[in-house]
Write a protein that binds this ligand. Structure first.
Ligand code: FE2
Length: 289
């Protein structure tokens, strides 16, 4: 069954707003639509920037289909999470409520985010982005209490577990849980505490060459590569990771797996982060061993 939910928008509070503008438009290929907002698909906007010292994720916007929002609000309130009605016009939404997740990450539950009047065309990413009904992309959030985070996003918001990755990665224990909200393999993942509210967000493009072109632009613009090109075993995304101007990461990918919502998904535990690649540059390009 379709949970009727997607990642509707991300708002970042950033210290270096000019650097973020250049990063989103020239490197990622989003289009500035004014007011600190950036477009990447049929939605009027998907990313909002505001200037400030936080230098982190400010708000995650969860866009519900109308008929699933009320039930989610009832479940949150019954579990003791305050849900506060807010002005929907401030986000170009039909309905809007604010929440705080178990890790303290501010979220908004919205319906009916404004759609654009014109078809989307990026002057940079000619093939366009894989978004629209699959949502903006995905994100990895901090979760000091993974059980509480899991319950919040599954039992209360309505997402489902896709699978898990449990392994060690360059000496660090990794225990990641991946959740889907629609056919996109995962919209949200978490695996313990992070340095910031967000570890990374992903945007997906419609052609593999656009990943390579973005890799070149990322290097040319001087954004530090975090993980080299690689492919994940669970969502099958071919991607690379680099650092945003706020020092958390972004993932730029292609070929992400979509789940068949008509059948119950079989959850698996994967024993590696990547089938190939995704190596730290110091390991990949450091001294010959
Ligand atoms: Fe990712």
């Amino acid at each position: 069954m379709h949970p009727g939910l997607q990642l509707g928008f991300l708002e970042f509070e950033v210290a270096r707003i000019d650097a973020w503008h250049a990063f989103l438009t020239e490197v990622c290929g989003l289009v500035d639509v004014g007011g600190g907002r950036y477009r990447m698909d049929g939605h009027a906007w998907r990313i909002q920037l505001r200037e400030g010292p936080l230098d982190d994720l400010a708000t995650v916007g969860w866009e519900f289909e109308d008929d699933s929002l009320d039930a989610a609000i009832r479940r949150l309130e019954a579990a003791g999470y305050p849900v506060t009605e807010a002005d929907p016009k401030a986000r170009g939404a039909q309905r809007r409520y604010t929440i705080i997740d178990p890790a303290g990450v501010p979220g908004e539950l919205v319906t009916g985010l404004d759609r654009a009047d014109t078809p989307f065309q990026s002057p940079v990413v000619k093939a366009g982005f894989v978004a629209d009904e699959l949502g903006l992309g995905h994100l990895v959030l901090t979760a000091p209490d993974p059980a509480a985070t899991r319950r919040f996003y599954t039992e209360l918001l309505g997402m489902r577990v896709s699978d898990y990755i449990r392994t060690t990665f360059f000496g660090h224990d990794v225990d990641l849980t991946f959740l889907h909200a629609n056919p996109r393999h995962h919209t949200l993942a978490f695996g313990g505490p992070q340095r910031k509210r967000i570890e990374h967000f992903l945007i997906e493009v419609a052609s593999v060459d656009e990943v390579g072109l973005a890799y070149d632009r990322t290097i040319q613009a001087g954004h530090r590569i975090h993980l080299t090109m690689g492919r994940h075993p669970n969502d099958e995304m071919l991607s690379f990771y680099a650092r945003t101007p706020s020092r958390f990461h972004f993932e730029f990918g292609w070929g992400g797996r979509q789940l068949d919502m008509a059948i119950e998904h079989d959850t698996q535990v994967f024993d590696r982060i990547s089938t190939w690649g995704h190596q730290p540059p110091a390991f990949a390009f450091g001294k010959p061993r």
